[in-house]
Design a binder for this molecule. Structure first.
Ligand code: SAH
Length: 217
């Protein structure tokens, strides 16, 4: 049940700007509407939570721009029965969006403090189908299994074979690929009978994917 009265203007603008930029999948728009982004930003940034912009979070990382979250989600063509892997939990916002659109989300983060905070927020929002793991997306535990969809939310210089090996037949992987401080392009990989088919999408800017669990925290 939504609260009585009209939605706040900033939330209406949020939906409008996603539509204007070409997001048309109703399930994705509904998921973006249902997850309160202000819960995932730093308390000083609450007033900016509904703007279409990336914002800084702890550990020098970022919560992605809403348009990019919606765009990547839409391109994954998610179904209710899908098992999804996210690499780069960050604030947990993208994981919350994914959780509304599939059966199960496993999300991996290399900073303990980010993983712990994201887990707490996701619990608070009853995202019961998300597992937050402290770990390294370049070294996923064998026991994590295979995935129908994989989303990487940190820039990789190339997509490792160990990661593409986790995609189920007919599965999709989306990832920003490129140098840490240069031009990065979102790549969409589909596992077909004939092998992996790659497609270049739009240029983006993400924080780098770094190997190993972070030592700081
Ligand atoms: N999806 C996040 C934003 C991601 S920012 C959100 O919705 O808020 C990228 C995140 O990837 C950072 O938190 C960074 O610490 C993490 N990261 C970078 N390299 C990683 C790796 N090898 N394994 C797991 N997480 C990684």
């Amino acid at each position: 049940m939504s609260p009585a009265g009209p939605p706040p203007p900033e939330k209406m603008m949020f939906q409008l700007s996603l539509r204007r930029r070409g997001i048309s999948d109703q399930r994705v728009l509904r998921a973006m509407d249902s997850v309160p982004r202000d819960v995932f930003v730093e308390s000083d940034d609450r007033d900016d939570a509904w703007r279409d912009t990336a914002l800084g979070i702890a550990c020098g990382q970022t919560i992605s721009q809403p348009f990019v979250v919606a765009y990547m989600t839409e391109r994954l063509e998610l179904r209710d029965d899908h098992r999804v892997l996210e690499i780069g939990t960050g604030s947990g916002y993208q994981a919350a969006i994914l959780s509304r659109l599939c059966r199960e989300v496993v999300t991996i983060e290399r900073f303990r403090v980010l993983a712990d905070r994201a887990r707490a927020r996701l619990e608070q929002l009853d995202c019961d189908n998300v597992e937050v793991m402290l770990g390294d997306g370049f070294d996923i535990p064998a026991g994590a299994g295979q995935f129908d969809r994989i989303m990487v939310t940190a820039a990789m210089e190339q997509i490792p074979d160990a990661l593409t090996a986790r995609i189920e037949p007919d599965g999709l992987l989306i990832a920003p690929v490129g140098p840490h401080n240069g031009r990065q392009t979102l790549m969409l990989l589909r596992r077909t009978n004939a092998g992996l088919v790659r497609k270049e999408l739009i240029d983006v800017r993400f924080v780098p994917a770094l190997p190993g669990i972070a030592r700081e925290l």
